[in-house]
Design a protein around this ligand. Structure first.
Ligand SMILES: NC(=O)c1ccc[n+]([C@@H]2O[C@H](COP(=O)([O-])OP(=O)(O)OC[C@H]3O[C@@H](n4cnc5c(N)ncnc54)[C@H](OP(=O)(O)O)[C@@H]3O)[C@@H](O)[C@H]2O)c1
Length: 255
């Protein structure tokens, strides 16, 4: 076949992340770990960023930290509290990109985890994201990024509730991509990432655990929050991506 490949004027030399500039990006769970890295990178790309989480000091500290880089505001929200969710989204106004890493789960083996703690984890990670999307006023050109985790498809012994929650989140993402179109809905499934999520453990236990979880992966180390965040920004900008589950996990699903 002969002929020259034509580039369209919209693709020629453009940087997709430029499309995030001046957009309203809301990151619930934006005060820690992956969410804070997303907020930081979105602000650096010129977005108007709103971060939310339960702890006012964390919200204020994050706004102070990231505010120097761009337009960042914050507001307290608890995704497990219906009135808090309503008030947060009423104040937020129209949203271009809704990013949902904010939750707290109990991780324990089936015989050890109480049903109450398993249900609280589902209430936080699954129903929290569900409630946020239901309350949000999304721009028609916008997108949602839900958070699952590779446990959905690689269940190590010791966290069956989390495996089920993550699988439910991935199902929700696919269903909402169909139902909420033209709003795009995608899911990111991180592998093990070194964030405050593991901070409750003593330092030496934490390091040993992160090493044992990741040492057989093709990329044999925990991920860094900014490595996951960079993919989330790409998902916001990827106008032909919806209903996808994107694994960012150092290749752990292969081993
Ligand atoms: N780190 C990993 O190894 C890993 C692996 C797989 C999947 N993931 C997933 O990636 C996402 C982000 O993880 P991360 O490691 O960045 O977590 P993280 O550092 O623990 O941060 C969690 C954030 O969520 C907020 N939050 C917790 N409960 C909330 C609620 N009910 N309402 C609103 N905000 C709430 C926290 O702030 P407040 O305390 O102020 O509310 C914090 O900002 C989560 O969905 C996690 O399951 C992480």
């Amino acid at each position: 076949m002969s002929g020259t490949l034509k580039t369209t004027s919209s693709s020629k030399g453009s940087n997709p992340l430029e499309s995030i500039a001046n957009k309203h990006v809301v990151v619930i769970g934006g005060t820690s770990g992956i969410g804070r890295a997303v907020a930081q990178q979105a602000a650096a790309a010129g977005a108007r960023v709103t971060v939310g989480s339960r702890n006012k000091k964390r919200v204020d500290d994050t706004v102070a930290l990231l505010g120097a880089q761009g337009q960042v505001q914050g507001r307290v929200v608890d995704l497990t509290d219906a009135e808090s969710v309503r008030a947060f989204f009423e104040a937020a106004g129209e949203i271009d990109h809704l990013i949902l890493p904010g939750n707290e789960v109990h991780i324990a083996a089936f015989r050890k985890l109480s049903i109450a703690d398993a249900q609280a984890s589902m209430a936080s990670k699954f129903w929290g994201q569900y409630a946020a999307i239901k309350a949000a006023r999304m721009s028609a050109t916008g997108s949602v990024v839900l958070f699952s985790g590779v446990a959905s498809r690689k269940p190590g012994a010791g966290a069956p509730a989390l495996t089920a929650i993550n699988a439910a989140v991935e199902g929700l993402g696919r269903a909402l991509a169909v139902e909420l179109a033209p709003v795009r809905v995608n899911v990111i499934a991180p592998g093990v990432v070194d964030t405050e999520l593991w901070a409750g453990l003593p330092e030496d236990t934490r390091e040993a655990m992160l090493k044992s979880f990741t040492q057989r992966q093709p990329i044999p180390r925990p991920g860094r929050p900014e490595e996951i965040a960079a993919v989330v920004l790409t998902m916001m900008a990827a106008t032909y991506m919806t209903g996808a589950v994107i694994d960012v996990d150092g290749g752990t699903l292969l081993v």
